[in-house]
Write a protein that binds this ligand. Structure first.
Ligand SMILES: [Zn+2]
Length: 355
């Protein structure tokens, strides 16, 4: 076997980074002003190395040039498919910023749970998720904040336009962190934290995309290998926040759900678990589905929203601020590792006060 030259190594890294950004060679060419032919040669390791040119290519795809050429390079497992250009740029900036200081953050504990990958149907997957949630809660805590604190998962957050993305898992093993968009409504933030926890538990070995609001049709009968992790993470979050057992107690006869839905009980569960309308609505739809009943989505939504109160969950923002303060402290205690301009960049991107 021939030894890899530095051009080969760099070509492999560049190709990996271009691929996970989900952009074409022509796109990179148009952003960098370097011809598509030369870009292709770089990605295939056929181009003689010109570091200034590599820097320009990195800049065009929002990648930190120094990370690419570093001998400590490892492949991040975040994929930027199916998001708009501004969202990709914002998410990439946040990820690169995290990769500047990730080795100063706690390494989260990986809980010993795994998911049976022989199911791809909707009801089957809902069934196998329930015991996994129970196991996680029994070992690590009842609320999402407790579980994330318990496994020492770093949480980073910043304000990003709400239509760009909700959250993502940054993943360069053994370093992980969950990023959430602070501009998302509180119920969405809580849901996203649980959704990303699922990606950490079950999907950390694969490329996982930046999460936007509508990733898969949640009511499909079965899922492709690409859709499955999204469905699982979404259902994991839903049932983490509103357990299957609790859901079963709010209605005595699902065939007559409208007449037998116990609104007092439902309200109590909403208040205790800080559940949003979508989580309750999707839970009720799942229960009806499991009982073979089709219900008009809009009627249920109207019935729930006119009879129940969904309070604002300010506790989740308090949690994000506490996490932000901690991240700031970790970075500050290692200030000497960074130049002033890098520190500025980190604090600005993550909206952390630079003390
Ligand atoms: Zn996801």
């Amino acid at each position: 076997m021939k030894n890899l030259s530095s051009a080969d190594i760099l070509a492999g890294r560049l190709k990996y980074e271009v691929d996970r950004k989900g952009v074409s060679t022509d796109y990179v060419a148009s952003c960098s002003g370097i011809s598509a032919g030369v870009i292709r040669n770089y990605l295939e390791g056929k181009q003689e190395l010109n570091l200034a040119e590599v820097g320009t290519i990195c800049h065009a795809i929002d990648v930190n040039f120094f990370r690419i050429i570093s001998n400590r390079y490892s492949k991040p497992k975040l994929h930027f498919r199916n998001i708009k250009e501004t969202a990709r740029q914002h998410a990439a900036k946040i990820e690169e910023c995290y990769l500047l200081f990730n080795d100063n953050l706690p390494i989260p504990q990986i809980p010993d749970v795994s998911i049976d990958d022989s199911f791809d149907d909707r009801i089957g997957l809902i069934g196998i998720i329930q015991p996994l949630i129970k196991e996680i809660k029994a070992r690590h805590g009842y609320t999402i904040e407790e579980v994330l604190d318990n496994i020492r998962m770093p949480i980073i957050s910043a304000r990003v336009p709400p239509d760009e993305f909700d959250a993502f898992l940054v993943n360069v093993h053994p370093y992980y962190a969950i990023f959430v968009n602070e501009n998302a409504p509180p119920n969405r933030v809580r849901f996203s934290l649980a959704h990303e926890l699922s990606h950490f538990l079950f999907d950390r070995e694969m490329l996982v995309p930046v999460d936007v609001n509508t990733m898969v049709n949640l009511y499909a009968a079965s899922f492709t290998p690409e859709e499955r992790p999204e469905f699982v993470a979404t259902k994991f979050a839903q049932y983490f926040l509103l357990s299957f057992d609790a859901l079963q107690t709010i209605c005595s006869n699902w065939n007559k759900w409208l007449e037998t839905l116990n609104l007092n009980r439902a309200q109590k569960i909403i208040d205790e678990n800080k559940v949003g309308l979508d989580v309750l609505l999707n839970g009720i739809r799942d229960m009806c589905d499991i009982h073979g009943i089709t219900i008009p989505y809009k009627n249920v939504k109207d019935h729930l929203s006119s009879n129940l109160k969904f309070p604002t969950d300010s506790a989740i923002y308090t949690y994000l601020q506490k996490q932000k303060k901690q991240i700031g402290e970790f970075i500050n205690s290692n200030r000497e590792s960074y130049s002033d301009s890098v520190l500025d960049e980190i604090f600005k991107s993550l909206d952390i006060p630079n003390q």
